[in-house]
Write a protein that binds this ligand. Structure first.
Ligand SMILES: [Zn+2]
Length: 185
């Protein structure tokens, strides 16, 4: 702080002391970026509040929370269409009526991808924008399920939806996203 920075990157927050420093820095007009390990954006709320951070300071300091996870991309050299059964669609929580005309792809495995069918990775993400109402709900200690429902109503899309879009675009496979994301209830 003695260097008088405008923007601060705090590598990772694991304890109360670091959380407090990050929040105090944000409250005093610095733009702070940081990371925490969590399953999704809503877990981050609990992580901070359970570290003993004052909820009012937390909601005042926070602009948004972004969760991301990596999925493997299909190898372009051996990419080919694959048949996906209605049962597989249902197990992936996809409506067969809506998906029956979609072409799914997988990599057959080749020299370029070392036989894995995948080459490179891309990030899927979900973003929680801290709207006025969501700040209020956090201050009121509303259950996560309720905050989630409200955020979804405001148009937030989940990691799972982001992953499904990658499948629809032929970038990754259904198998891969079922391994990397949970099917949302
Ligand atoms: Zn390949």
């Amino acid at each position: 702080m003695r260097h008088d920075p405008d923007k601060i990157l705090v590598g990772e927050i694991r304890d109360q002391e670091t959380a407090q420093i990050a929040i105090n820095s944000a409250l005093t007009g610095h733009l702070v970026f940081t990371t925490v390990h969590a399953n999704n954006v809503f877990d981050v709320l609990g992580r901070f509040l359970n570290m003993g951070v004052e909820p009012y300071n937390f909601v005042s300091a926070m602009n948004c929370i972004l969760a991301q996870r990596l999925v493997r991309n299909i190898c372009e050299h051996c990419k080919q269409p694959v048949a996906v059964s209605e049962d597989e669609l249902r197990e992936s929580a996809l409506n067969p009526d809506e998906w029956k005309d979609t072409i799914f792809y997988e990599g057959a495995g080749c020299f370029e991808c070392g036989g894995t069918g995948y080459h490179g990775r891309s990030a899927i993400h979900e973003l929680l924008d801290m709207s006025e109402k969501i700040r209020e709900m956090i201050l009121d200690r509303r259950p996560t399920s309720e905050i989630k429902r409200y955020a979804r109503g405001e148009g937030m899309s989940t990691l799972r939806e982001s992953a499904i879009e990658r499948v629809r675009a032929g970038i990754t496979t259904l198998r891969e996203i079922n391994k990397v994301t949970f099917i949302e209830g």
